[in-house]
Write a protein that binds this ligand. Structure first.
Ligand code: CA
Length: 227
């Protein structure tokens, strides 16, 4: 999953980026409101972590308003330095999904991100499931048919995105956009290579149905059948 961090304090932004990358998220950081808005409007992100107070013409609340006005529903966590009720209320009213008061523990940010990424049908659970494949996004444990799979960070991130969007055909550019950040070195066959790694771990050793399917010339789909 790809996360946009809009935060002008470089130290905090860097710490959030490093922490989230360790948890297998792809992270882009921008440092002011104008860039924050144009990045958020691309709609390529699965989550936006947004500082309320930003240099430039737009603050965090302005960005949320503009993004929601464009009908982009990406979950937004607002970071606020002031523990003032009015600040939180204006953020939530503008369309933020949650907020954190600075300073916050990274673990809390992580827990809130996980909670916001849950689909409605997953309420109360951190476990993504497809047939006999399970992924616990809190413990990073991936199992198929009860057997634990060992995945690299990128393989995990790719499988998580496919699981969250299961039964949908996803274009290659869509997948790359949500699993790799801007700075990543992507070769034309990078995605195919990683899909190959995943198949060797998720599908090939198991007698259950094949879960990773190729939509020829277009992209991939995770699901039980190939239709
Ligand atoms: Ca700030």
């Amino acid at each position: 999953m790809r996360i946009l961090v809009v935060e002008d304090e470089h130290k905090i932004a860097g710490a959030i980026k490093r922490g989230l990358e360790q948890e297998a998220y792809a992270v882009d950081v921008v440092y002011d409101g104008d860039e924050g808005l144009s990045s958020a409007l691309t709609g390529e992100y699965d989550m936006i972590v947004l500082d309320r107070m930003l240099p430039g013409l737009l603050d965090g609340v302005d960005i949320i308003k503009e993004v929601r006005a464009e009908n982009i529903r990406t979950p937004v966590i607002l970071l606020t330095a002031k523990d003032k009720v009015a600040d939180r209320v204006s953020g939530l009213n503008a369309g933020a999904d949650d907020y954190l008061v600075k300073p916050f523990a990274f673990e809390e940010l992580l827990a809130r991100i996980r909670a916001l990424l849950r689909r409605p049908q997953d309420v109360g659970s951190n476990v993504l499931t497809c047939n006999d494949l399970t992924m616990d996004t809190a413990t990073y444990e991936v199992k198929r048919a009860g057997r634990k799979l060992t995945l690299s960070q990128r393989e995990y991130a790719l499988l998580e995105y496919l699981l969250r969007n299961q039964n949908r055909i996803l274009s290659k550019s869509n997948i790359i956009g949500h699993v790799w950040d801007y700075d990543a070195d992507i070769l034309p066959n990078t995605l195919e290579v990683y899909i190959g790694y995943l198949r060797a771990k998720v599908d090939r050793p198991f007698s259950g149905p094949e879960l990773i399917h190729t939509a020829r010339g277009f992209g991939y789909k995770l699901g039980v059948d190939d239709n």
